[in-house]
Structure formats: C-alpha cells, structure tokens
Design a binder for this molecule. Structure first.
Ligand code: ZN
Length: 276
C-alpha cells in the first residue's frame, strides 16, 4: 500500500484538477483532505451491485426485534449523516461473526455475532456511526484510488469502468476487496489505521447527534477486547489497538457530549438488549 503522504504530495502536484476525474474532497468533522479518482456515481453503482452479491451468499434475518432495532438505529444515524443521495439499507446477517460493514452508497451489513459486543442500542449506534462514516468519508473510493494509482492510474480506472457491469470473478474480488468486504472471497484489504480512527471519530459524532451517549463508544472497544481477547477478528486485523482507539475518542468526547446533551433520546439506550 502506497504511503498516504506520497499520495497527498502527488495530489498536490497535479493541482487536484489536472487529470479528468481527480477530485479533492474534505472528510466530515476531521476536515482531512483526500483525493479520489473514482467518481461518486461509479462508487454508488459498485456499492449497489456488491451489496446484492454479498447478500445472495448469506442468511439475512428479516424479522424479529433485533432487526427492528437495527432499522431504527440505522435510520437515526443516517438521518444525521445528511446524504439523501445514499440508499441507506440495513441487513442483519445471521452468522456468528464479530463483523459489520458499509458499502459505498449506504448499504450496511451487521452480523448477529457482533450483537453481544454491542450489548445495547447505544453500542449499536456507535458501530453504525462508524460504518456510515466509512461511506460518507468516501474511504472505499479513496482506497480504490490508492490501488488504482499503483495499478497505473487511469488505465486501471478504465479497466474498472469498462467492466463495472460484467466483471470477471478476479475483478469482482479486487473491487470487493477494495471496498473492505471481500473476506468471503479470500481477498481482504482492511482499511488503514487512519481510516479506522477517522471512522471512530465521525461515528461518535453521528451517534451523539442522533441522541446516544458518546461514552458508550469506548465501552464497545472494552467489550471487543473481552469478547476476542486472544484472537484478532478479520474485521480488526490491521486496525489500531482498542486502547489507542479509546484514546482518540477521548480527545473528541467533550465535543460529542455537547451534541448528545442537545439531542438526547427520551428512552434508555444503555439497556442490555437482543432477543429474536
Ligand atoms: Zn472500520
């Protein structure tokens, strides 16, 4: 993976506009500048088709209280993310994996295996915020741009554009891998530490603005350590350590608390949940 500094320098050199399709964007809250080679319309199309192929391979739980909670938490978080152009769909996948993901365009998957780690509605709101942040901060597009730069820039992009609708298995695996959901296909390129910490911060801001106590974000990482003390789940493989993540969240906590106080939900969101 190319060093992000090199990429930033390169983006600066091209003046962010010298090449067709190159765009400089700012990430919500952190205001980090990023550059994306892949147009939004392409990313949304990739998200939609990847979601369909992901769901075709897993048991999706469409009924029950857990799914109802997922839908209401998802709606609250996406409500503050202000991306009406995204589809915002939430699927509860009945598999014992500690995992969740969000594809470009707002297609979200939560595995039932992660519910004990979330413990309550606020815990789910944090991870929902984290996943939504990957999408709103264009992390998939940014990572794909980094890979395309390695593959030969626009030639690589052309390859993906030309094959967007009828991709060969290897190309599909590469795209899914770049989007962070290719584990089942044997290709998983995890998000970088920068992306993970950024998604944590934005996710905590989203949960607070949606009325959930932001402190619960740090407790999620405590529970993650308890549930997976020895094994590192694929979802976390190159992620920052849970302690480091808590530290980053701590810096933003006062700001998040103000947002929470203004938007606090009337019901108890820290009750231990999960039924059928
Ligand atoms: Zn993540």
């Amino acid at each position: 993976m190319t060093d992000p500094k090199t990429l930033r320098t390169w983006a600066l050199v091209t003046g962010c506009a010298a090449l067709v399709g190159v765009a400089c964007q700012k990430v919500p809250y952190t205001n980090r500048k990023q550059f994306n080679l892949v147009p939004n319309s392409i990313m949304l199309g990739l998200g939609k088709s990847s979601y369909a192929s992901m769901l075709a391979e897993v048991p999706v739980q469409k009924k029950g209280s857990n799914n109802q909670t997922l839908q209401s938490v998802g709606n609250r978080i996406s409500g503050v993310a202000k991306r009406p152009d995204y589809a915002w769909e939430y699927s509860l996948i009945n598999q014992d994996e500690i995992n969740a993901w969000c594809l470009p365009g707002g297609y979200i998957g939560f595995y039932t295996g992660i519910l004990p780690v979330l413990d309550n509605e606020a815990g789910m709101a944090f991870v929902m915020g984290h996943e939504v942040a990957h999408a709103t901060a264009n992390h998939g597009s940014e990572r794909m741009s980094q890979q395309l730069t390695l593959l030969g820039g626009l030639t690589g992009l052309e390859l993906i554009l030309a094959n967007e609708t009828k991709m060969k298995p290897a190309q599909r695996a590469a795209v899914l891998g770049a989007l962070g959901v290719g584990g089942q296909l044997g290709v998983l390129l995890p998000f970088s530490r920068t992306h993970e910490s950024e998604a944590d911060v934005i996710g905590m801001m989203y949960m607070a603005r949606a009325g959930y106590p932001p402190k619960e974000s740090q407790r999620v990482w405590d529970r993650m350590s308890e549930h997976a003390p020895n094994s590192v789940p694929a979802f976390l493989s190159t992620h920052p350590t849970n302690e480091k993540r808590k530290g980053v969240l701590q810096e933003w906590l006062p700001n998040a608390r103000k947002k929470y106080q203004r938007n606090k939900l009337p019901h108890d969101t820290l009750n231990t949940l999960w039924g059928g």
